[in-house]
Design a protein around this ligand. Structure first.
Ligand code: NDP
Length: 294
């Protein structure tokens, strides 16, 4: 019987755990965790994502600092705001909603966020730590995928993980995570020859291409664990993944639905990273108070 990996249910459990964790700190008299979210412009999809992140943060007791800036905001203005947030003691975490308008250099923005507040895990220092096998903040979507893979009880050691997509926010960090768990990893992209030959070898298949229904039953082997990151809107408005769920479901040992699989996990991972940043900041402040510098 195929296991349907329910990201919505798992995400609710994680949010409940985070809420308890934050409550324990508040009861000891600590300040609330602070998450700054920056949104440039009024792109409807980005606005929905940011609104959901703020709402969920509020639900778990994280204080939201909201910066909705006009699309004309200059790069200097944005970097100045980030520097200000980097230096504030009441803000543990900074999220800049991507994509940014084209007059702003995304890489410069990512590099300006203090790595200890980079809860998206995109800063080169955090990606470097992950690639070295010593992660601090792991990008939220692949981190959520890993929770789902673990819920499938799939054996990772020696498993063949095939990842479709090599973006910096999903494919590459996912590959590092799988390597760190001793899986053998294949990464595929647009120029991969004979994709089916690769996907049919997968014990664990993670798809993040943005191509609706790229993968059908003939592309996978019996008993595969399928994690579908893709969110694709069809012309009639239906949301589907990169995987044809109905076609593949009976062949898979476990599979994520779209929607309701990876999507809900991404927000809970952002908040898990935020609470981790908060705990790190509280711990380092206590250390400084206990051992004042001479
Ligand atoms: P990108 O567009 O940055 O990357 C897509 C990757 O897929 C690229 O590496 C590309 O190859 C590869 N690709 C595209 N077409 C094919 C193909 N036919 N065969 C093999 N590889 C292919 O996308 P993202 O990584 O940002 O996102 C991927 C998908 O995941 C999207 O649908 C996005 O909406 C969704 N997403 C969902 C999230 C969630 O929370 N559930 C979060 C983030 C993304 P190449 O490098 O050669 O161009």
């Amino acid at each position: 019987m195929t296991q349907i990996l329910d990201g919505k249910a798992m995400s609710s459990q994680i949010l409940a755990r985070l809420k308890n964790e934050v409550n324990e700190h508040l009861q000891k008299g600590s300040r609330a965790p602070g998450l700054a979210t920056i949104l440039l412009g009024k792109d409807p999809a980005s606005a929905v994502y940011v609104r959901n992140k703020r709402k969920r943060a509020d639900d778990v007791g994280i204080k939201s600092f909201e910066y909705d800036l006009p699309i004309q905001t200059t790069q200097i203005e944005l970097l100045t705001l980030i520097e200000d947030l980097n230096n504030r003691d009441d803000i543990d975490a900074i999220l800049v909603q991507l994509p940014l308008p084209t007059h702003i250099d995304t890489s410069t923005v990512i590099c300006t966020v203090n790595p200890s507040k980079d809860v998206d895990g995109f800063h080169p220092e955090n990606i470097g730590k992950l690639s070295l096998g010593h992660p601090r903040f792991i990008p939220c979507t692949p981190k959520g995928c890993m929770y789902l893979i673990q819920a499938s009880k799939a054996k990772l050691l020696g498993a063949h993980a095939v990842i479709l997509g090599r973006s910096n926010i999903v494919g590459k960090p996912m590959a590092y995570m799988m390597l760190n768990t001793d899986a053998t990893v294949t990464i595929c992209h647009r120029n991969t020859q004979n994709l089916r030959q690769q996907t049919k070898q997968a014990d664990i298949l993670i798809t993040a291409t943005g191509v609706p229904h790229l993968i059908g039953a003939d592309d996978v082997k019996e008993g595969v664990v399928v994690i579908d990151v893709g969110i694709n809107k069809l012309e009639d408005g239906t949301l589907v993944g990169d995987v044809d769920f109905d076609d593949v479901k009976d062949k898979a040992a476990a599979i994520t639905p779209v929607p309701g699989g990876v999507g809900p996990m991404t927000i809970s991972m952002l908040l898990e990273n935020t609470v981790a940043a908060y705990c790190n900041h509280l711990a380092s402040r206590n250390k400084h108070e206990a051992y004042p510098s001479l």
